[in-house]
Write a protein that binds this ligand. Structure first.
Ligand code: S3P
Length: 266
């Protein structure tokens, strides 16, 4: 599926992990890596922030288009800037690119978290959360439109995402749709376990509360009520059977009780 030569263009919102994942693919696949933002900084002799300050966003976008055109013949992994989809001519360049275009798709929540930690994007500084959300909604369909493949990144480590992308190098056309779906289901598995980890955090707080007020660890009635409520709430979904709810709740509640008891015996 990967077009020859082995060139990939990673696209996606700022903070999607294009640079981190790109470097990781290059490391695992022994290829070269190029970051368009760094290339723009090198060509301009200024940082991205300085370019925005002195030339405005229009000046920055002009440089971005020039560099995007120049890197089309690069043989390796290219990380684009999140705003590469802002200009129609860039969309056309990417659509006709000799490279395979891969969209790193995340969610707004984890992306904003990452951006706040990094804190270097000029657009992040000047936009409100609502504007940021609007930007996300405007760009997402454009990334989808030009991507040959979308990788779901939520909850996955960069090395995992890179491995998924590397698997595309050997996949044939028939396997692609399946790989794309698996990318989504794997992300859900990670979200499910992330949620379970968060549930245990609350269990810890509950154990502390019960200890403080001398409340018994096991409240059988509450557990039964919770199962009844869940079965009723999900009764319209034929995939979520009563049996499934019972099995999963048994595992979760037993593990929570074990944790509470251990905490209390310390
Ligand atoms: C931008 C994203 C940045 C950088 C510039 C503008 C954008 O790249 O090109 O700050 O418009 O989304 P990253 O996607 O690498 O953060």
């Amino acid at each position: 599926m990967i077009k020859e030569p082995d060139t990939l263009m990673l696209i996606g919102f700022m903070g999607a992990g294009k640079t981190t994942v790109g470097k990781e693919i290059a490391r695992q696949h022994h290829s070269k890596f190029l970051d368009i933002d760094s290339e723009i900084e090198r060509v301009a002799g200024q940082t991205i922030s300085e370019i925005f300050e002195t030339r405005g966003e229009v000046g920055f976008r002009q440089l971005e288009t020039e560099v995007l055109n120049d890197v089309q013949t690069f043989n390796g992994i290219v990380a684009t800037g999140g705003g590469v989809v802002e200009r129609q001519e860039n969309l056309e360049v990417l659509q006709h690119s000799p490279a395979t275009v891969i969209y790193l798709h995340g969610n707004l929540e984890s992306t904003i978290g990452r951006l706040i930690l990094e804190g270097q994007r000029p657009l992040l500084q000047e936009k409100s959360t609502a504007e940021f959300f609007a930007l996300w909604q405007k760009r997402d369909p454009k990334y989808q439109q030009i991507a040959n493949f979308t990788v779901e990144t939520v909850g996955k480590k960069p090395s995992r995402i890179a491995a998924e992308i590397i698997a595309l190098f050997s996949a044939n056309q028939d396997e692609l749709a399946l790989l794309q779906l698996r990318s989504q289901i794997d992300a859900f598995d990670r979200q499910i376990f992330q949620t379970i980890a968060e549930r245990f955090q609350i269990v810890e707080d509950i154990a502390r509360y019960k200890e403080k007020f001398g409340i018994a660890t096991i409240q059988n009635n509450r557990m039964i009520q919770q199962r009844i409520a869940l079965k009723s709430d999900f009764s319209a979904n034929k995939d979520i059977t009563d049996d499934m709810i019972d099995n999963i709740m048994t595992i979760l509640m037993q593990a929570a009780i074990d944790k509470e008891v251990k905490q209390l015996n310390r």
